[in-house]
Design a protein around this ligand. Structure first.
Ligand SMILES: [Zn+2]
Length: 330
């Protein structure tokens, strides 16, 4: 992005911020309706964020060849493929978890590449889709699958109706994407496809895919329908967007700081039962002890003893390896 564009974007942001707080200024806020977007917070469009790629952590994992040039696939642990989209700013990661009877696809990505085709190259098992939450970057390929489990929330039901191009155009615009888009992908038509929920699931339910049991933990906060999955036998926690090594959002529409703090405390309490956390942005595996750091971070914020700086009108509390973005009135 050149300087003039940048000035224009800043001016636009300022005017949007000024004129509306609950329609659709930038980033995730377009979907969720707050005045605070990820663009400002994480830098899409304001810097060449892709210069930091490839992230060195990925070199630890076995790359799996697939006939596709949008996704990168890695075998991160036994039975779990990470399906990574480094070409777009979110660097979102979906996970295909294979059992003996079924496979569970934990998120379906941005809906830019052909997730179905990649999954079909990785497994012959019937696939159950379950979303870590229903922000646009985790549900993009849902419509390509028949079996979709979902949380029974109003937020989820609204997301299942899809979103038109006007609400999605920005995410494939200049500054958001560096990789060539897949053949046949038309940016001007990019939208969030509606999808059909097959079955509702809830806290404590165990999805048994054969030789692997995944238990649902409701962890609202980032989004109202945020969940984690715990594989107790293998001591693994899938955190979705509730934890990753980047700014954590408690400030977008649908987010709730108090709920997030409770979820963080809950995950901290599970730290002794897990070895690793598998996270949905940037890098796939972090040490399970980060759950303790997460719980402590929210405690310190609540106690008013954590330091913050102002980032685009929000408080950004910096911790070791991650930060937490909080509305200023919190
Ligand atoms: Zn999210």
């Amino acid at each position: 992005m050149n300087k003039l564009n940048l000035v224009f974007v800043i001016a636009l942001l300022a005017s949007l911020q000024a004129c509306t707080l609950d329609t659709a200024p930038k980033g995730e806020s377009r979907l969720d309706g707050t005045g605070n977007g990820q663009v400002q917070n994480r830098g899409a469009g304001t810097s060449n964020w892709w210069d930091k790629l490839p992230r060195p952590e990925w070199s630890e994992y076995e790359r799996v060849a697939v006939d596709d040039n949008w996704f990168e696939v890695y075998r991160i642990i036994d039975g779990v493929f990470a399906i990574y989209e480094p070409g777009q700013f979110e660097e979102v990661i979906s996970f295909l978890i294979s059992g003996e009877n079924n496979a569970l696809l934990f998120d379906t990505g941005l809906g830019i590449g052909d997730m179905r085709s990649v999954v079909d190259q990785l497994t012959k098992l019937d696939v159950i889709v379950l979303n870590s939450h229903t922000h646009y970057d985790h549900i993009g390929g849902n419509y390509q699958f028949k079996t979709i489990y979902a949380m029974d929330t109003g937020f989820t039901r609204r997301r299942a109706l899809g979103l038109p191009h006007e609400r999605m155009a920005e995410f494939v615009s200049e500054g958001w994407i560096w990789k060539p888009l897949p053949d046949g992908f038309i940016s001007d038509e990019y939208h969030s496809h509606p999808f059909a929920i097959s079955q509702f699931v809830a806290e404590g339910e165990i999805i048994d895919i054969g030789g692997r049991q995944l238990e649902i933990l409701e962890t609202p906060g980032h989004a109202p329908d945020s969940i984690c999955l715990i594989d107790r036998e293998n001591r693994i926690l899938f955190t979705g967007d509730t934890f990753y090594l980047a700014p954590l959002y408690t400030h977008v529409d649908g987010s709730d700081f108090e709920d997030y703090a409770k979820s963080a405390a809950r995950l901290a309490g599970l730290a002794g039962e897990i070895d690793i956390a598998i996270t949905s942005h940037n890098v796939p595996i972090v040490d399970g002890s980060y759950m303790i750091a997460l719980g402590r971070a929210f405690e310190e914020i609540k106690a008013g003893i954590a330091e913050y700086m102002m980032t685009d009108g929000n408080r950004e509390y910096q911790f070791d390896g991650f930060s937490v973005i909080v509305k200023d009135e919190q």
